[in-house]
Write a protein that binds this ligand. Structure first.
Ligand code: ATP
Ligand code: MG
Length: 131
């Protein structure tokens, strides 16, 4: 999505990436987002690029849909991202205004369990001569 934003902004623009917790409860947002009520992490990616007309916006998650040349895009970026997020119990909502920019809101189910990261130190092995 950041690479898409860079493409959309050509050489000048601003990219905002924000992360926050979001509690989804009201019926309107549930219906719009196709998600069950609950706690989510919302990652939003917003650019001040060229935006999209409605006819493009409604097709962006289709596999192989692209408005770019063959060297610049395959049309698989957003369809893969959408598939991954859906598979993880989330959803992506996209809004755009042509000539002004776009915002992608990615909701992922929030993990309530305590996180723990364990580091394992692996000693580098001494290379052995080949037999
Ligand atoms: N931030 C954005 N601003 C404007 N248009 C966008 C933006 N993100 C996506 N699009 C539009 O959606 C289309 C599909 O995006 P997607 O990432 O799936 O494919 P792609 O960028 O064309 O190719 P790639 O497979 O290399 O990602 C793009 O071709 C572009 O028209
Ligand atoms: Mg892309």
């Amino acid at each position: 999505m950041a690479i898409n934003a860079r493409h959309a902004m050509k050489s000048v623009g601003q990219l905002y990436i924000a992360v926050r917790n979001a509690n989804l409860e009201d019926a309107v947002s549930m219906a719009k987002l196709d998600l069950p009520p609950g706690d989510y992490v919302l990652i939003s990616i917003e650019d001040t690029g060229m935006g999209m007309p409605p006819a493009v916006l409604e097709r962006i998650f289709e596999p192989f849909f692209t408005t770019k040349t063959a060297e610049d895009g395959t049309g698989l970026g957003l369809s893969m991202t959408f598939g991954f997020v859906k598979q993880s119990g989330g959803y992506i909502a996209a809004e755009s205004v042509e000539g002004k920019g776009s915002i992608f809101r990615m909701f992922l189910p929030r993990a309530m369990a305590e996180g723990s990261i364990e580091a394992t130190i692996i000693e580098p092995s001494v290379p052995q001569p080949l037999p």
